[in-house]
Every structure is written in structure tokens, then in C-alpha cells.
Design a protein around this ligand. Structure first.
Ligand SMILES: Nc1nc2c(ncn2[C@@H]2O[C@H](COP(=O)(O)OP(=O)(O)OP(=O)(O)O)[C@@H](O)[C@H]2O)c(=O)[nH]1
Ligand SMILES: [Mg+2]
Length: 70
């Protein structure tokens, strides 16, 4: 299993490039995990658009980067 992490400042183009890559790699089995601080529906949007398995993880008061690493 390979894990690819996309991180960056707000609006820097993370979701756009993820959608492009999912389209390009559709022959592979992809699972998408969205880490956010408060809330997100990105996992549902990606699931509907590409029909792949998705989930979200909300870090709450924890730093989202450390939460994702754990
Ligand atoms: N010009 C240009 N615009 C881009 C590019 N990639 C993304 N955008 C635009 O930048 C805006 C933000 O892109 P997103 O992919 O939503 O960025 P994000 O990092 O996922 O944003 P958040 O999840 O809100 O942090 C959108 O309006 C995109 O259409 C790019 O390569 N060039
Ligand atoms: Mg995004």
C-alpha cells in the first residue's frame, strides 16, 4: 500500500490536484481520507464523483498534521 499526503495552505490547489490524480489513476484501488480541523464534506463529494471509498478524520483541537501522523 502506498500513502500519498497532500498538504498546503488554504486554497493552494490540494483538492484540484487530488481530483486530477484520482482520474489519472483510476485503474488502481484508491481510498481517500480527508483530514480537517472542524468539518468537511470533501470525502462525500469525492465518493460521489469518483465512486471510490472515502472517509474523513476531524482533528478538533489537535494539530491536524500530528493527528494525521498518529
Ligand atoms: N490558476 C490556477 N488555479 C488553480 C489551480 N489549482 C487550483 N486552482 C483554483 O484555486 C482554487 C482553490 O483550489 P482547491 O483545489 O479547492 O484548493 P484547496 O487547497 O483544496 O483549498 P482548501 O481545501 O479550501 O484549503 C479553485 O478555485 C481552483 O479552481 C492551478 O493550478 N492554477
Ligand atoms: Mg480542498
Amino acid at each position: 500500500m502506498k500513502i500519498i499526503i497532500f498538504g498546503g495552505t488554504p486554497g493552494s490547489g490540494k483538492t484540484s490536484i487530488i481530483k486530477f490524480i484520482i482520474k489519472e489513476l483510476k485503474s488502481l484501488k484508491i481510498h481517500y481520507v480527508k483530514f480537517d480541523v472542524l468539518n468537511t464534506d470533501d470525502d462525500l463529494l469525492i465518493k460521489q464523483k469518483f465512486g471510490i471509498s472515502t472517509e474523513n478524520k476531524i482533528s478538533g483541537e489537535a494539530c491536524p498534521d500530528h493527528y494525521a501522523a498518529l
